[in-house]
Ligand binder design. Structure first.
Ligand code: FUL
Length: 702
């Protein structure tokens, strides 16, 4: 036997001896070391931020007065004159909704500053509001202090007003502005750099197209350095350029991937999919923040007053963000008068109440918990640490274990429909797959399964009643480390039905479940269980407002109201020169069906429609393909009308701003004109290629 093998065997014996004596006499806590961190871990700023969970975005600018999504940069500062601006109202609503902070859009893409910046004339200092003496950022900072909220700031890197945008001088300007907002308003918890850049803009009167190389132009690393010096506790969000502390999740629709790693690679471009799911073996901790608006759009548009998200929709958003290891950044658009609309206020407060009510009682807390493996058998890592109500303590297993179960025994049969788990992320994100089982009639029955956990994971399932619940970690990158388990009985809420009007003009209402009954109105009034009962497609003519609710007779519960408004039916519409019969989905009312132009199409390309008769037109609507990252989304368009399909008149042209990130209905108005034919000409799409798709096209008539 050679010497090294002998030494090896000796040390093995010694090791076994220690293990054996540990098991026979029980290891003292002091002897058992905590698991070593696995992979990248969050820094203190990221940890503090993650615990904020739910906070607000505020969009308010000149766009508010022009009904736009993106200002061009030449909008008149005199438009900014809110008569009732009250940041205390915004802060109160955020607080009542259970939010922990507010990120104010201090400068959007149009370049107008909500603070009196020393470096530009395009700000509140030249607006009539408060005779140019106002400062919205200051008022927001004061209101946040009063209501115990943290303040964050959005400063758009793309500036469609500034003459130097695209040149090196602009970077100095941008940094000077950042210096102002990060020096003069107290602690800032997060700074937000949106990567949008549509190219065109006013640019000090040039009205041109300024291209930048987003990987080099902003020189982010030096800007980050300056930010961290000014605000050492800040987290930086950036969806372009250098990797920041937080990441975008690839959509503004309000959800992140079911699998969600808080990891990315520090260098290299990130495809959308990776933003949505994270990178399992990424080398940097970059957690996701789900940003979405309480209405379809970010800025206020009166036409969306009935489109404020319902409670079930907002709860879905919560489960698909906070419940999937992300935070939720929920936007309020501010009205021209300077206030949050009452519909948004009501929805946000109801939402906050429902979150509070759902998670008020943790049925797992202080229950009996046992695990198949406990690290070194030490009580400080026992299963009970996951149900002690303290997220600083945790259940951990031995290092070589990546599959383990934890069983909770309730002291009486307990009914629940939500399960929550948290990893102690200071030691890294570990779990890759897990299941939940309940003991039903003496057998273990799987009630839910999922992939990653991270900071917080919440699963929803139909109610079960049981005395025992088991969490099985079935795969983990390293030994499981679970700091908290929650079991809850969430109140049931009915999801509102969906409404469409098909090409024949029939209204079709679909409930979200099979048990509820639908009641509806067609005159704009509030539906109740005394309204008409829906039993099948409703033939309609002309302009119409349809409202519907789902109602459950046993519980007496009713859903929020779905409201839709329709212009004239598209019964006689025909596509000109398109023989593909599938193309009729453009008029079928179904937002989820889309048609794409043939592969050989080259932009600019037209969609020509014969309306069947002359109509008095005053606008049109375009709804893009809703498939996630779907192809063929138009960004630049021209819209023509004709009476004979030969002589065409251009009535509108422009951009569908922000359509890539937020592919909602695009509504464009123009001077009323009589015509029988319409032509939507696509000049450019989001992918800079020749794909062209449409889910719906409609018109607005006088
Ligand atoms: C986007 C912007 O282009 C929108 O206007 C909005 O500010 C949103 C939060 O980020 O990408």
């Amino acid at each position: 036997m050679n010497k090294s093998i002998k030494r090896n065997n000796m040390s093995k014996l010694l090791f076994c001896g220690i293990i054996l004596s540990c098991f026979s006499i029980g290891c003292s806590n002091a002897q058992v070391k905590a698991p070593a961190p696995y992979g990248p871990v969050p820094n203190v700023n990221q940890l503090r931020w993650q615990e904020m969970e739910f906070y607000a975005f505020i969009h308010f600018s000149l766009n508010t007065y022009t009904d736009q999504s993106w200002g061009y940069g030449n909008e008149d500062v005199n438009l900014f004159n809110p008569t009732e601006l009250d940041c205390r109202q915004w802060a109160r609503i955020c607080k009542e909704a259970g939010m922990t902070g507010v990120i104010l859009v201090a400068k959007h893409h149009c370049g107008f500053c909500l603070w009196p910046s020393e470096y530009t004339e395009y700000s509140v200092k030249n607006a009539p509001w408060k005779d140019g003496k106002g400062d919205v950022v200051q008022e927001m900072a004061d209101a946040c202090k009063e209501y115990g909220l943290k303040l964050g700031i959005y400063v758009s890197p793309w500036d469609r007003n500034h003459p130097d945008y695209g040149r090196p001088e602009y970077i100095t300007y941008f940094r000077n502005q950042l210096k102002e907002v990060l020096t003069n308003y107290g602690d800032i918890f997060e700074v937000w750099f949106d990567g949008a850049n549509g190219g065109t803009g006013y640019y000090g009167g040039e009205n041109g197209n300024r291209r930048i190389d987003r990987t080099t132009y902003y020189d982010w690393s030096n800007t980050y350095k300056m930010i961290r010096e000014l605000q050492p506790n800040i987290v930086i969000w950036n969806d372009g350029g250098d990797r920041a502390d937080l990441r975008w999740v690839g959509t503004e629709a309000g959800y992140i991937g079911e699998t969600n790693w808080s990891l990315l690679n520090a260098t290299g471009d990130v495809p959308f999919e990776m933003l949505h799911y994270g990178v399992e073996d990424g080398d940097s901790w970059v957690p996701g923040e789900v940003n979405t608006s309480i209405r379809p759009e970010w800025f206020y548009h009166p036409s969306e007053d009935a489109k404020v998200k319902t409670l079930p929709k907002l709860m879905d958003t919560y489960y698909n963000s906070v419940g999937r290891n992300a935070t939720l950044l929920l936007n309020f658009p501010i009205m021209p008068n300077g206030l949050i609309h009452p519909n948004d206020e009501k929805a946000a407060i109801e939402f906050g109440k429902m979150i509070k009510q759902t998670f008020a009682v943790n049925l797992a807390e202080k229950t009996k918990a046992e695990a198949t493996n406990v690290r070194g058998n030490a009580s400080k890592f026992s299963a009970s640490k996951a149900v002690d109500g303290d997220t600083e303590t945790y259940w951990a297993t031995d290092d070589d274990v990546n599959e383990a179960s934890l069983t909770i025994t309730f002291n009486k049969p307990t009914k629940f429909n939500r399960f929550l788990a948290q990893e102690y992320i200071r030691l890294g994100q570990r779990a890759k797959a897990f299941t939940i089982e309940a003991l039903v009639d003496g057998n273990w029955k799987e009630i839910a399964k999922a992939t990653t956990i991270g900071y917080k994971r919440i699963l929803r399932f139909p109610s079960v009643e049981t005395t025992q619940l088991r969490l099985n970690i079935i795969d983990s990158k390293s030994c499981p480390v679970i700091s908290n388990i929650g079991v809850y009985d969430a109140p049931q809420i009915l999801t509102p039905p969906s409404i469409i009007r098909n090409q024949a003009g029939e209204i079709i209402i679909t409930p979200a479940d099979s048990e509820s009954v639908i009641y509806y109105t067609t005159d704009g009034s509030e539906p109740t269980s005394n309204s008409k009962k829906y039993s099948g497609p409703i033939p309609t003519e002309g302009k119409i407002k349809v409202s519907a609710i789902a109602y459950e007779s046993v519980s007496g519960k009713r859903s929020p109201v779905t409201r839709e408004e329709y212009d004239l039916p598209r019964t006689e519409w025909k596509l000109v020169d398109i023989t593909d019969r599938r193309a009729s989905v453009i008029f079928d009312g179904n937002p989820n069906s889309a048609w794409h132009q043939p592969r050989n199409t080259r932009l600019p390309a037209d969609l020509v429609i014969d309306l069947g008769k002359e109509l008095n037109l005053s606008g049109f609507k375009y709804y893009p393909d809703q498939t996630m990252w779907g192809p063929g989304i138009i960004t630049q368009y021209e819209f023509y009308v004709s009476n004979d399909n030969a002589d065409w008149k251009l009535v509108d042209k422009g951009e569908f701003s922000n359509i890539k990130n937020n592919p909602t209905w695009q509504t464009k108005k123009f001077e009323p004109v009589k015509a029988r034919y319409i032509k939507l000409r696509a000049l450019k799409n989001t992918e800079n290629n020749n794909n062209l798709g449409y889910a719906e096209v409609d018109v607005i008539t006088e």
